[in-house]
Structure formats: structure tokens, C-alpha cells
Design a protein around this ligand. Structure first.
Ligand code: ZN
Ligand code: ZN
Length: 328
């Protein structure tokens, strides 16, 4: 009899364990059904930083070996994807090249008169899509005139969702500043505000070339390579950016081939020197140590950024550069 009771008690005990397990199972099921879905593309990029080195010609950057850009060509290239046939295939001057990068649209925008882009920038569209504050998106440029990238003529977007700006010596109309100071500003802003979407413009190769100073033009390229290397190290050491940041280094335009309209001094037409630029892309979602030889252009950059940060960019004339990604 005693044995029978014990067995009955044991049976009840076992039954209660099973019920508890069942309840736990149900509870886990409920928890999962309310949990937010995992990031749909499984991407690790949370920040995108676009660096534009203004106006070097391919023959003085990636086209020479050994060249004067050791940080990018020797140290960083093996850690990312390099594009050997990357082009500005439209308007080869500063404002248009930058607008192609920030809107995905090639337009012949005035290079000096503060004409605003036709359509909103990736900063505006991203801010609207995410609800992030102005301090989460930054435009940090050596050329003061690039403040135009923050806004648009489109009345539905004008003066809305603009990024924060740090342009030129002290804003629009203040003149160009040295790239060393732009690097200092970039590090300060990244430390203080930890923005997720940033465009940095370094202008020295373009500035010195327009002054017809070949030595300083080359020195400007070499210096900007050094600054890009410093920025890369800064991102690697910074907890907010390490392993979660995509770095895209490109140009707005090149310069005339020798023998065309003063050669390296100027740019603006559709010669190979003006159109052939470069892209070096590093990030946690990208392949490493690859060179892609397919032709891509400036407007493919914002499409790719929109894919990485998961916001819509229907207006772009470009396409997502699928070949960059580890998994597609
Ligand atoms: Zn120029
Ligand atoms: Zn040209």
C-alpha cells in the first residue's frame, strides 16, 4: 500500500514537471512571437563613412606602382574591396560629383552659386526613415561650398531632415580649410556625437592642381592618403565604430589627361582622366582582399549605402554593388 501511494505521488510529481516544461515551452514560444524580427538582411554595418578625396587623377593614385598612397594601396586594400574601373560617368566637377554620391542622381549643378540638388540627400532620407537626430548625420568638408549637400530644392524635403554640418573654415562663404583641420574636425565630431552616416571631403589635390602646382598636388594626394589611414585607425580603435562601420573612399572627379586643356591643372569634361576615379570599400559585410574590375559609377555608392543602412532610395540612378558583399 505504502508503495502504491509513493508511486502515485511519484506519478503526480512527474506530471507536474512535464506541465512546467510545457508551460516553459509555451512561454518561450510567446516571447519569440513578440520579439522584434532579426535584422532582415543580417548585415553588421551600423555606420557608414564616405570619404571623398577631391580631384586626384587615377594615374597619380592607383595607377602607379609603387605609388604615393601606401596607406590605401598597401595597408587597407588587402582588407577591403578595390574597384579598378570606377567612374564619374556624368559631370566631372566637384558639386556634381558629390551630389551624385549623396542623391544617386547625376545632375549638372552649378559649381559655385550654391544651387541645391534637385532631390533629397541620403542624409535626409535616412534621417526621415530612422527618426534619428541631426547629430547622427554629418557633412564634414574642407570646401565650404559643399554645404549644398545638406539640402534640396525638392519642396517636399527642403529644409527638413538635414544633417549637421562642419564645412570650410567656418561654414558657407568662409572659404576652404586645410585637410589636416578637416581630419581634426572629423575625429572630434565622431568622438562627441558618434554619428552613423558621415561624408568627409578632403580637397587638397584639387586645390593645388588648380594652382598648377604639381609638387603640392602630389603632396596633397600623399597627405590625404595619410589622413585616410589615420581615420581608419581611429575607427578601428573606437568602440562605437569598430566592427560595425563601413568606410568608402572615393573621388568626385579626376583631372584632364595630359595634352587636354592644360592637363592636370583642370577637369570637367568626359576625357578618361576626368572620368576614371576610384573606390576602396572596407566594412564588416564586405569581402576582403578583392579587386573588382567591373565598371561601377558614383551613383552606385548611395544605392549601396541605402542597402547597408536599410532605407529606401528609389530616386537613385545607381544600383547596389552586390559583388562587394560576403553574402548576397
Ligand atoms: Zn576642381
Ligand atoms: Zn578631362
Amino acid at each position: 500500500m505504502a508503495l502504491f501511494i509513493n508511486r502515485a505521488r511519484l506519478g503526480l510529481f512527474v506530471a507536474s514537471i512535464n506541465w512546467r516544461r510545457y508551460a516553459l515551452f509555451l512561454w518561450v514560444l510567446i516571447l519569440f512571437s513578440f520579439a522584434p524580427p532579426p535584422a532582415k538582411k543580417g548585415l553588421r554595418t551600423k555606420n557608414v563613412i564616405i570619404v571623398v578625396i577631391d580631384g586626384p587623377r587615377y594615374s597619380e593614385t592607383w595607377g602607379t606602382n609603387p605609388g604615393i598612397i601606401p596607406q590605401m594601396a598597401s595597408r587597407m586594400k588587402p582588407r577591403g574591396v578595390f574597384f579598378s574601373n570606377f567612374y564619374n560617368n556624368a559631370f566631372t566637377y566637384t558639386n556634381s560629383g558629390h551630389v551624385a554620391l549623396t542623391t544617386g542622381i547625376n545632375q549638372p549643378i552649378d559649381n559655385f552659386e550654391a544651387e541645391l540638388p534637385q532631390q533629397p540627400s541620403i542624409f535626409q532620407i535616412w534621417r526621415k526613415a530612422t527618426g534619428k537626430p541631426a547629430t547622427a548625420a554629418w557633412l564634414i568638408t574642407s570646401k565650404d561650398k559643399l554645404h549644398i549637400l545638406a539640402n534640396t530644392q525638392n519642396p517636399e524635403w527642403k529644409d527638413q531632415f538635414q544633417p549637421s554640418m562642419d564645412c570650410g573654415i567656418s561654414g558657407p562663404g568662409s572659404g576652404y580649410r586645410a585637410d589636416s583641420l578637416t581630419l581634426v574636425a572629423a575625429k572630434r565630431i565622431l568622438t562627441q556625437h558618434k554619428p552613423n552616416l558621415v561624408l568627409i571631403n578632403f580637397m587638397e589635390p584639387d586645390g593645388f592642381a588648380h594652382a598648377a602646382n604639381w609638387e603640392n598636388y602630389l603632396r596633397g594626394i600623399a597627405r590625404d592618403d595619410k589622413y585616410v589611414g589615420e581615420l581608419y585607425d581611429f575607427l578601428q580603435k573606437n568602440k562605437a565604430y569598430r566592427n560595425s562601420t563601413t568606410l568608402l573612399i572615393t573621388n568626385d572627379h579626376g583631372r584632364h589627361l595630359d595634352g587636354i586643356d592644360g592637363g592636370f591643372v583642370d577637369h570637367g569634361d568626359d576625357c578618361e582622366g576626368c572620368r576614371h576615379i576610384s573606390l576602396l570599400a572596407l566594412g564588416p559585410d564586405f569581402k576582403r582582399g578583392r579587386t573588382l574590375t567591373e565598371t561601377y559609377t558614383l551613383t552606385d555608392v548611395p544605392s549601396t549605402v541605402a542597402h547597408l543602412l536599410e532605407f529606401p532610395l528609389e530616386q537613385s540612378q545607381g544600383k547596389v554593388i552586390q559583388g562587394l558583399f560576403k553574402r548576397w
